[in-house]
Design a protein around this ligand. Structure first.
Ligand SMILES: *[C@@H]1O[C@H](CO)[C@@H](O)[C@H](O)[C@H]1NC(C)=O
Length: 212
């Protein structure tokens, strides 16, 4: 009996072999970006150093404008946080997202549940600012934290928005999960890809009561 090897079997054998030999097999992930709670795109081979597939579903509010977006791509596993992140820079500027990171071919196909968006103030506050095209941000305003946001973040770096990658700086409230983002990391949101040069994270303080 002659055994003919199917292409799938061959690929599996190759993947198994390069895994066993520790050769760092290239991963392939679905790549897309779009509005709505999911998107679909082509499978692409990840460039060297990107050893995870990611899917992010985010709900954002920018100057009061709401949007739900999805992002799927390759990224570095050590930069990837799986779970819920919430950030608030002001009452009309915030973002909540759910992310899943995984490490097998095409594992970011499909979708993740849309994030919860709990806008109930929790009594904490943070210095806040949004400074597009700037390297720093004064934080002279205060943002009131909501839901599970217990930390204050200061992110700065560059943000990829289409073909341009301008500087940005921003401060505000965040869930502790946002502290996973470190300077030097490439962090996707549902809408943009951030190259972080600065990523500070501190516990938030109690806000003065509104009655005062
Ligand atoms: C929303 O956030 C508030 C403030 O942290 C909290 O008391 C409340 O339990 C949260 N609600 C839900 C449904 O998680």
């Amino acid at each position: 009996m002659r055994a003919s090897m199917k292409p799938g079997t061959f690929l599996l054998a190759f993947t198994l072999l390069c895994t066993l030999l520790g050769l760092g097999c290239p991963l392939s992930c679905e790549v897309c970006r779009g509005s709505g709670p999911t998107c679909s795109g082509k499978m692409k081979t990840c460039e060297a150093g990107k050893d995870a597939c990611v899917v992010v579903v985010g709900e954002s509010c920018t100057k009061g404008r709401h949007a739900v977006n999805t992002y799927k791509a390759c990224m570095k596993y050590s930069d990837c946080y799986s779970g819920f992140v919430s950030t608030t820079m002001g009452p009309k500027d915030y973002m909540v997202s759910n992310t899943r990171c995984c490490q097998s071919d095409g594992c970011n196909q499909g979708s993740v549940p849309p994030p919860q968006n709990n806008r109930t103030e929790n009594g904490l506050q943070c210095p806040a600012c949004i400074a597009p095209f700037q390297e720093t941000c004064p934080g002279t305003q205060a943002a009131r934290c909501v839901g599970q946001e217990t930390h204050c973040v200061y992110f700065a770096g560059n943000v990829q928005a289409g073909l341009i990658t301008p500087k940005f700086a921003t401060r505000g409230c965040a869930t502790e999960s946002a502290c996973f983002a470190k300077a030097g990391a490439q962090v996707p949101s549902a809408s943009y890809l951030y190259f972080l040069r600065r990523a500070d994270c501190l516990p938030a303080r109690q806000a003065p009561s509104r009655a005062e």
